[in-house]
Write a new protein. Structure first.
Length: 261
């Protein structure tokens, strides 16, 4: 359960979809002069080195952010956050979702982050200390249920597990329902991999049956290497902000362009 290391996959095509949508939602929320809460269940270490041995070994960042960055408009909130992270940590630095969110938040906004892996938790706590983030070494599902509805009540929850625990596919719909009942105004975002064995499909059917008005956005792409099972990336979102359909369409066009390269 604690063996997954995102250093091998940071900046890949799935990260591009997930982080572009996350940055867009944070930007949308911060346009209103009211504080917000950002909650994340599976945070990782928050910062990755795309020039490191792990990233170089898989080459996934080279196929991901390095390939698609130029397709975003210069004023996109994703690019603004990337530029800020690189200015602080170097040209090959890449933010995980907690740091990406922090780059878009304001003084007075509140972050609650969970990470169980001891080394990843320590790195995350040190990295996010300047933002005053509440970083817990705790099961993220338990944390989210314990603190929702949060103060401030505006905001979002990102659920981003590695899915190494296969039971997640069965338990997540129930968890989402519990949070939604407690926090009916919160934006609940769930990232999921699209695998060749279709493990996500039952989870999505259950989620859409319970929340038929939710957003479901998926992109497809070639496997990173021979035998790699991930062939796409999905974001499911309850209480999705107005206007996000346009951002999804932008991403659709960007990922379609992969076939033309």
């Amino acid at each position: 359960m604690l063996s997954y290391q995102h250093s091998y996959h940071a900046g890949n095509l799935a990260d591009v979809q997930k982080h572009a949508l996350l940055a867009w939602v944070i930007d949308y929320l911060t346009q209103k002069d009211k504080p917000l809460s950002y909650i994340e269940t599976h945070s990782g270490r928050g910062l990755y080195d795309l020039g490191g041995a792990e990233a170089e070994k898989t080459g996934e960042a080279a196929q991901g952010i390095a390939r698609l960055e130029a397709g975003f408009p210069p004023d996109h909130p994703y690019l603004r956050s990337l530029a800020g992270v690189r200015a602080m940590h170097g040209a090959r630095a890449y933010p995980g979702s907690p740091l990406l969110a922090a780059m878009g938040l304001r003084e007075g906004d509140v972050m609650h982050l969970a990470e169980l892996h001891p080394q990843e938790h320590a790195a995350l706590a040190a990295l996010l200390a300047p933002w005053g983030a509440h970083v817990q070494k705790r099961d993220g599902f338990e944390m989210a249920l314990a603190i929702t509805p949060p103060t401030p009540r505006r905001g979002m929850l990102l659920i981003d597990p590695s899915y190494e625990v296969k039971a997640d596919y069965q338990t997540i719909p129930k968890f989402v329902g519990q949070v939604a009942r407690k926090w009916n105004v919160g934006i609940i975002a769930l990232w999921y991999p699209i695998l060749t064995d279709g493990l996500h499909e039952g989870m999505l059917r259950a989620l859409m049956a319970a929340h038929p008005g939710a957003l479901r956005h998926e992109v497809r792409f070639p496997p990173a290497r021979d035998g790699h099972r991930m062939v796409g990336s999905g974001m499911w979102m309850l209480n999705a902000p107005y206007g996000i359909d346009g951002e999804c369409a932008r991403l659709d066009a960007l990922f379609r362009g992969l076939g033309d390269a």
